[in-house]
Every structure is written in C-alpha cells, then in structure tokens.
Design a protein around this ligand. Sequence first.
Ligand SMILES: Cc1cc2nc3c(=O)[nH]c(=O)nc-3n(C[C@H](O)[C@H](O)[C@H](O)COP(=O)(O)OP(=O)(O)OC[C@H]3O[C@@H](n4cnc5c(N)ncnc54)[C@H](O)[C@@H]3O)c2cc1C
Length: 404
Amino acid sequence: MNTYEDKTLCCGCTACSLVCPKNAITMQEDGEGFLYPLTNEELCTNCGICRKVCAFTKKIEKAGTPAIYAVRHNDMEVLEKSSSGGVFTAISDVILNQGGVVYGASFDENYFVYHLRAANIETRNQLRGSKYVQSRLDDTYQKVKEDLDSGNVVLFSGTPCQNAGLASYLEFRGADTSNLLQCDLVCHGVPSPKLWIQYVQYLEDRFNGKITEFSFKDKRDNWKSMDSRVFVGDKDISSMCNKKLSFFRFYSTLYPVRPSCFKCPYTNLSRPSDLTIADFWNLEKSKPDFDDSMGVSLVLVNSEKGEKLFEKIKSTIYFEESNINECWQPHLEYPNSEPSRRNIFWREYKEKGFEYVIKKYGKGNLSYRLKRNLTPFLRKTGLYKISGKLYRMLFIKERKTKSA
Ligand SMILES: Cc1cc2nc3c(=O)[nH]c(=O)nc-3n(C[C@H](O)[C@H](O)[C@H](O)COP(=O)(O)OP(=O)(O)OC[C@H]3O[C@@H](n4cnc5c(N)ncnc54)[C@H](O)[C@@H]3O)c2cc1C
C-alpha cells in the first residue's frame, strides 16, 4: 500500500514507518534529498495502519486564540546563541532542572541536521539556534516513547509537522503523554538536507578547510538581517558567503523547500503543540520600546500544559502581552505558494549540479536583493516606511482576516 497520494501530502515525519506491524516501510531519500516512506509490497498486508497514523492528512480541529507574548531572555549570552529572543533556552532549562530530557535539532560533526536527545545543558546547547534544513528524525519518536514509559519528563521541539507526527504516533502506541511537552515553530518550510550538505562541502572545498562554526543567524549587525556567521578554521568567511553564496537567501527563493510545505496545514493558530515559538516580526511598529537588536521571540501558549510551563519561565525572561494583530506574520495564516519555476530549478540542479544553482540562486530572489541593497539608502533618506508599504504590497500577500 502506498502511504501517501502524492509528495505534497507527505512531510516525512516517519510515523507510518514506525507503526507498520510488518516492518514493510522504510524511509528512502528521493532525488531532491527528502525522505519518503517506501513500502515493500511483498511484506505489506494492506492493513491501512500507515494511513491511519498519518497526521499530515488529518483534519485539524479549530482551536481558540492562544495567549500571545513577546519574550526576551534576561541573559545576554543566551540571546547571542539563540535565533531570536532565546525562549527555547528558557523552556528547556525548566525541563532539565527537573531532571527531564529535551529533543531538538542539532548539527553533527559534519553539519548534518538531525534530532538529538539532550539530558544536560551542554548537549541542550547544541539544539539552540535555527537550522534552516529538514531535520532527520530516524527513531526519535520511539525514543520519546521510551523516555515517557520510563517516567521522564520530555520536551520535544521541532517543526509543526514533526510535532503532529509525534502526537499521532504516541496516540497510536497508547503512550501516557502526561509528562510530554511539545513545542513547535512558526515555519517557513524546510529545505533539502541533500542541498545543505552539498553546500557545506562546497564551502569547505572552495575555502580549503573544515567549517568550524556555522550559525544561520548572525546577530553581529542585527538579528533581522539574513546574514549567517561562518568560519573555516579561524577564518571568518561570513561576508563572502552572505553576499553571493548564502544558503539563507537560497532558501528564501523557496526552490529548495520540501513540496509538502506548500500545502502545510499548520500555518494557522490551531497548533499541534503546547507552546509555539517564532521570531516576533514588526516589533518596531507594535512595541518600539521592546524592539531589540538581539532578537525578540513570539510565544503562543496553546494549552494548559503550555500555560504552566510559561508560568515557570517568567523569572528568566522579560515579556509583554501581545495579540494577533501585533504579531501577525504570513505563516500564521497561509503557507508559501510553490514557486512557478520550481521544476526548472530542480532540472538545472540535476543537469548542471550544485555549484551552478548556488551561484545562480545564492544571492536570493529579486525581492530580497532589492531589500538588502536599498535599505541603507532608504533609511538615510527617510523613505523606509513608505517603501516598506510598497514592498508588502508587491511581495507579501495581504492578511485575509483582520481580527483575532
Ligand atoms: C526551518 C525553520 C523555519 C522557520 N520559519 C520561521 C518563520 O517563518 N517565522 C518565524 O517567526 N520563525 C520561524 N522559525 C523559528 C525561528 O527561527 C526561531 O526558532 C524562533 O524564533 C525561536 O528562537 P529562540 O531564540 O527561542 O530559540 P533557538 O535557540 O534559536 O531555538 C531553536 C529551536 O528550534 C529548533 N530547531 C532548530 N532547527 C530546527 C529544524 N531544522 N527542525 C526542527 N526544529 C528546529 C530547535 O530544536 C530549538 O527548539 C523557523 C525555524 C526553523 C528551524
């Protein structure tokens, strides 16, 4: 039995392969570098369990509006290491301090992105920072269940589809989830792990050495920039990467993103988690006194469990209440549209190779290039606000619902 109708309906969460009673399903990489379940028809008995456990295709019940906060960690060192306001560190500290375990996305020694189990602060620190690549789960859901069965408190953090897959897997296995806390992200989509690893290899070949540091967000200038911090040995190659060979800008074209992200059912306020974390965009307009060059996180409190956890982090953060009008961003309302030239991109990649596509698309698309090159001039001349309005009209779909 095929577990999915087409690729836009499979997020690669692994739940179907883990529950198959005949072990007939394995996760296999396709030509774009994404994992999909492949069924061994000789072992398959058509029991249909794989389809039943699939969360991605299930209808989501509409939830009420969550409590919404703007949050910044009190510790400057935490802010430096985090993508936005460091709320993930605050949450995971609570879990670790009570002897629990935390799951999240980490780099391995070759910068491959995978889900790691952390039982102490040192390992948890590897989970900090957004890695804009689809993280590999392997048997993570099974490990979470084992931890829950052993009575451990568990925090699972990941994309909304990874969270929904975990919840469905645990429900199917009849696990006791009273000790489980789930944290998801507002998500722009996940790029191909294969392209990411080729990018790492490309930089290492070109700059003749091993990458010793890679952080997708470099806060040295401003956390809102799309600049990454990259070192080969002790050489800072960030500015060379950010101008023409930026994975962040490559990602912004949406060509490297997984097909299912364009049909993402989680781009709304009905979240498959207890807490949702994200960047708090447009704070300069809604809370100018709170706007901070080191980053501010958006937090949606989606459940009672989430509320209790948020209560426990209050002593380590500065926070202000907010609402959907202040924090609205596109992926709280709709997914990205699939770029019309996506097929052309992948054909170019297959025919001409990675170096060709990173050189062509590593500068980002037209809207991002315009924004980057014109912003300093517009700020100087006082035209920044007007041009911001124009930019949103041209490049960002208008918000459809105006009230919470
Ligand atoms: C692929 C991706 C897309 C995102 N898109 C948006 C967006 O459109 N809008 C927005 O406001 N915010 C988005 N974010 C979230 C944002 O980048 C920050 O993670 C968020 O602001 C929390 O930052 P922090 O400072 O609290 O924590 P950090 O310390 O930066 O926390 C990182 C957390 O993210 C998790 N994480 C990191 N990489 C991955 C990954 N590849 N897969 C799954 N989990 C991961 C870690 O496990 C950890 O829980 C995205 C994050 C990712 C990974």
